[in-house]
Design a protein around this ligand. Structure first.
Ligand SMILES: Cc1cc2nc3c(=O)[nH]c(=O)nc-3n(C[C@H](O)[C@H](O)[C@H](O)COP(=O)(O)OP(=O)(O)OC[C@H]3O[C@@H](n4cnc5c(N)ncnc54)[C@H](O)[C@@H]3O)c2cc1C
Length: 382
């Protein structure tokens, strides 16, 4: 039997940085991943947006800690992950959304976030050529930004292995043996493992893993499509998020990456539940229509590639982080919805501080993200 202090299931947006933070504290860590390398689950579907400007204390804290790590990855570790501090911009074209975002701004400012309302002229400077027909202004947070999810996973993999973590690729977790409220063994297609603590970081498959230790996790994947254009000279800086819905979609968002490619994705309406990741024929016509209405200047860009990935959704749009009442040695880090990439590095540090140093500093996060909360609320900008 291979015995570890921590056994992490899933080398994705969450599991990979978590392995680094646990191993860095001197623990014996093993990550089981069914794919050939890290980041090949939903991590690689993410378009790379990272912001701390949420509306609730848990995600603000986690993502602020993520931003610190991503922003400093090159200066601290010499690893380039294509970080751009371009900010997040929510342009507004109607009074109702102006009121909503201005109300949210009060909460965000209370948490000390660097975000403000800017007028239409300031928006036109940030995004030259954006439609100004009815543009009222919007919120802008200059310290948010974007980076490459695959390079980020690669960076944390490098740091984690240097710190002593082991990654077992092509290892599909198939079953677990539970005895006296504990998972005593984890079986994969190749081997058997045990650990003092088992961490479920299996993303869209978290519910299936939960069943193996008898806990019903409310994680229901739905799919979202994204695309990327050819590279062109940089012409706008922020991640632009249009939160106006139309009859077939909710919000969509896009930015220009370090190579000059415009990367974009949309939230379909109604949502498409399930794990199918084949491209649909509806995505591009829908996306292009909406993006060109907002930003006509994109019209000559050629699209290189599209893809469809999964959000591991929960009923209220918030992650599930913490222990279970039924099993003593399992910790869940699941249900990351549309924000797992930006939550991963911060959550890795926080979970390692909690589980190894017994830090109580983050108890408010455990309380907010517990599996045993009332899931009837809904996150505004999930
Ligand atoms: C189109 C699109 C755009 C997105 N854009 C953003 C964005 O800009 N910013 C952002 O923060 N988020 C974004 N997301 C969301 C983000 O991709 C997810 O929230 C995040 O990747 C989830 O992280 P995770 O670690 O929980 O899951 P994953 O990264 O999928 O990792 C889970 C891992 O567990 C492994 N696994 C599962 N079952 C088993 C098993 N039985 N045995 C072994 N291994 C197993 C999987 O193979 C996978 O590698 C986007 C998602 C999509 C689809």
């Amino acid at each position: 039997m291979n015995t570890y202090d921590f056994l992490i299931i899933g080398a994705g947006s969450i599991g990979t940085p978590l392995a680094y933070h646990l191993a860095k504290k001197g623990k014996k860590v093993c990550v089981l991943e069914k794919h050939a390398s890290c980041g090949r689950g939903q991590n690689r579907a993410a378009i790379g947006g990272i912001r701390a400007t949420h509306s609730d204390p848990a995600k603000i804290k986690i993502c602020t800690m993520s931003l610190d790590q991503v922003r400093n990855m090159h200066s601290e570790h010499g690893i380039d992950i294509d970080w751009i501090e371009g900010g997040y911009l929510f342009p507004v074209y109607d009074t109702q959304r102006e009121r909503n975002l201005k109300d949210l701004l009060k909460v965000q400012k209370k948490f000390g976030l660097n975000i403000d309302w800017i007028d239409a002229d300031a928006i036109k400077e940030l995004v030259p050529g954006i439609s100004d027909n009815g543009l009222r202004g919007g919120t802008f947070s200059p310290n948010d930004g974007s980076a490459s999810p695959l390079k980020t996973a690669g960076a944390f993999f490098k740091l984690a292995t240097a710190a002593g973590a082991q990654f077992k690729f092509y290892e599909n977790v198939l079953s677990m043996e539970v005895k006296d409220r504990k998972v005593v063994s984890v079986k994969t297609n190749k081997d058997t493992y045990s650990a003092a603590v088992i961490i479920n970081a299996a993303g869209a498959d978290a519910k299936d893993i939960g069943k193996m230790y008898g806990v019903d996790l409310p994680v229901y994947p739905d799919s979202h499509e994204a695309g990327i254009t050819e590279p062109v000279k940089p012409f706008f800086k922020p991640m632009v998020v249009d939160i106006r819905p139309d009859s077939h979609s909710h919000n969509y968002y896009f930015y220009q990456n370090i190579e000059g490619q415009v990367v974009f994705c949309i939230t379909p309406h109604p949502k498409i539940a399930g794990k199918d990741t084949d491209n649909t024929s509806e995505f591009l016509p829908l996306m292009i229509k909406r993006m060109l209405e907002l930003y006509p200047r994109l019209r000559n860009l050629r699209i290189r590639r599209t893809w469809r990935g999964l959000y591991p959704m929960t009923p209220d749009g918030f992650p599930v982080v913490g222990v279970t009442n039924e099993i003593d040695n399992v910790f869940n880090a699941v249900g990351m919805c549309g924000q797992g990439y930006m939550l991963g590095p911060g959550l890795g540090k926080i979970i390692s501080d909690m589980l190894i140093d017994n830090s109580k500093e983050y108890d408010f996060i455990l309380k907010q993200l517990t599996l045993y909360r009332d899931f009837s609320g809904e996150e505004m900008l999930k």
